[in-house]
Write a protein that binds this ligand. Structure first.
Ligand code: ATP
Ligand code: MG
Length: 148
């Protein structure tokens, strides 16, 4: 039902980690969760090979610009939550995913580079919204708690 996409053009900001943490917490509380691995490097599929996956979680890989919209639609009809782990680029595939999302999270670590890329990403998301006539539900924040 709810589709959440993780997006930022900065590598290592926390898209994949955020997807796994959010997905695992929701699945452990009994929600049906589908993680969509939309990164060509397939980090979630690699993680899934050795992971102890909660029973209510499924993970789908091999998603491209040609099938990402259909995959999100199909999975959101079957699951309470769909979380899309995007690659660190602004391209057709990420554009399709974010316009199909109820919430777009932009993770960032405390560095100027991460903040610059988060701002660039937010502008891309707003442009996507303009071109599709949709108000985009995007939010940005730290991926990790401040160290004690
Ligand atoms: N297996 C791992 N072991 C240790 N640190 C890791 C591991 N995977 C990721 N990290 C670290 O966690 C942080 C967040 O990485 P993550 O892969 O979640 O970012 P990302 O935004 O998905 O990056 P990318 O754009 O490359 O997909 C980075 O500092 C990364 O180096
Ligand atoms: Mg990643």
């Amino acid at each position: 039902m709810a589709v959440v996409s993780m997006m930022t053009t900065k590598g290592g900001a926390g898209k994949t980690t955020g997807t796994l943490i959010l997905g695992t917490v929701l699945a452990e509380q009994g929600a049906s969760v589908c993680l969509i691995d939309a990164d060509p490097n397939q980090p979630l599929m690699k993680w899934a090979k050795d992971a102890n996956i909660p029973p209510s979680m499924t993970i789908i890989g091999d998603v491209t610009e040609e099938n990402i919209i259909e995959t999100i639609e199909e999975q959101s009809a079957k699951n309470s939550f769909v979380i899309v782990d995007l690659e660190g680029s602004a391209n057709l595939s990420t554009g399709y995913a974010i316009t199909s999302s109820d919430l777009i999270l932009i993770p960032l670590q405390p560095s100027k580079l991460d903040a610059d890329e988060a701002a660039k990403t937010l502008k891309f998301i707003v442009r996507q919204g303009r071109s599709s006539g949709k108000e985009m539900p995007a939010s940005s924040g730290r991926a990790y708690p401040r160290p004690m």
